[in-house]
Design a protein. Structure first.
Length: 139
């Protein structure tokens, strides 16, 4: 199904209310290919503050590949909870793969803010990651 292009973000929030799927043929344009990335049409977004295990041939060991699937499923579960806000940093940074760096938040019914990166970290399926810090191992 055709989806209109999303406007470029430069420090402004965008409310996202889309249906997300696991990545794969025929599953729609919006997906969670791994635990720290989401795809919305042609836009690739990396969640700020986390690092997820690598899947497939990028995995360092079989255990990492299994962990990658669990992390992607956890992100998908969070995305399916309802609309959320994408917030880029003021400088509109991208990572070395060209993905837009964003935070994903939503306001809960009680008025508090849900930070999806923090929820993913709390699940134990991803590691906290600050740009420039060493990445933890998965094997």
């Amino acid at each position: 199904r055709w989806q209109p292009a999303l406007p470029p973000l430069q420090g402004t929030r965008l409310n996202v209310s889309l249906t997300f799927y696991r990545r794969g043929a025929g599953r729609g344009p919006n997906s969670a290919p791994d635990g720290d990335t989401l795809i919305m049409g042609q836009r690739k977004i990396r969640i700020i503050g986390i690092d997820a295990p690598e899947a497939g041939d990028k995995a360092g060991c079989p255990e990492e590949a299994v962990a990658a699937e669990a992390a992607a499923e956890e992100l998908l579960r969070l995305l399916k909870q309802g609309s959320f806000l994408l917030q880029p940093p003021q400088d509109g940074l991208r990572d070395q793969y060209g993905r837009e760096l964003m935070t994903l938040t939503r306001t809960r019914a009680d008025g508090t803010t849900q930070d999806m990166a923090e929820d993913l970290i709390a699940s134990g399926k991803v590691h906290r990651f600050d740009r420039g810090s060493p990445r933890g191992g998965w094997c």
